[in-house]
Design a protein around this ligand. Sequence first.
Ligand code: ATP
Ligand code: MG
Length: 357
Amino acid sequence: MRVIAIVNQKGGCGKTTTTTNLAGCLNADGARVLVVDMDPQAHATLALGVDPETVEENLYEVLSDPASAARLIDVCIESREHLFVAPSGIVLSALEQKLSAEPVESRTDRLARALETVTEFFDYVLIDCPPNVGLLTFNALRAAREVIVPLEMSYFAIHGVQKLLETIALLSERIGHEVEVRILPTLYDGRTRYARETLSEVREMFKDLCFDTVIRQNVKLREAARRGTPINFFARTANGTLDYSALAVEVEATPPALEAESRDSVVDPREVVVRFRDERASDVRIAGDFNGWVPDKGVRSLIEAEGGDRVWTKILQLAPGRYEYRYVVDGEWREDPDNPEVETTAVGGRNSVLVVR
Ligand SMILES: Nc1ncnc2c1ncn2[C@@H]1O[C@H](COP(=O)(O)OP(=O)(O)OP(=O)(O)O)[C@@H](O)[C@H]1O
Ligand SMILES: [Mg+2]
């Protein structure tokens, strides 16, 4: 059973649309799919044709009491054959408050425990998250092995994503559980130059972490949500169906990689040391394609004073290859001043280049 959380703290970027329509397309390919609606707004529940007002029990019952984990299967509602939804409701917004007195460990693994009881029933679990990084998203990240971050191409703020990836990395570090994050460009309007440029910048920045599939703007997606059905069962030839079907194929073709240890043993990483010197900076991190552009992810840092300067030493574990990176100096992205080798990106930025032999 693959568990995939759809996460972005930005509202309206296509999380719910991605969750329900990817679910529909995986289902059409023959998979048994469960959508877990972790958003108290219950949009995914509605988009799968279930009225949250009329369901008797929802996820709140399952998550509020550790003894109720096994009840998950009882609250699941069949939207169509082999496509189920674990419904949400506004009451879910009270969960954080209700569990506030409990230790972090026990209040953040509620969903993971509940999902353990349904592994034999589903091939895919897709978790729709609310637009914030609170207890509900925390539970989703803990339960998932994979994360899809929908990124709206029309109002893209690269710093917003960096922040989000950083948060995900931090959370997964804190809970000692690694997730594989991938970026999905959404709400793409190829007629505007801005969207085209944004897409190429995102591709360049995230490389393999970015899906090949791009979700175009398509009004039929809104219509499908209103009708309570995934788009592929209602407008077979719409762009929304084509795009989410392509995404389903891509997801099916790329199960999560092997666990980190076995990956590392194959690639034979080397220790690489880089240094950054500055007299004013108070925080310096490094981000590149080697760590998914998440500042300092997987990096050991040392800070020393030398004369009037401070020197940041960054120790990276890299397999032989060519890498692009930048420093993040007090939140500002800069190339390495001591490295003459740079690569100009498609949109005019400059990344420093590091080659490990
Ligand atoms: N590719 C698309 N083309 C056209 N409309 C879209 C597309 N994707 C999403 N929408 C519409 O944009 C709105 C926001 O999308 P959606 O609800 O999926 O975002 P969200 O990230 O789940 O939002 P929230 O953070 O509030 O949960 C919805 O009305 C949805 O129907
Ligand atoms: Mg949503």
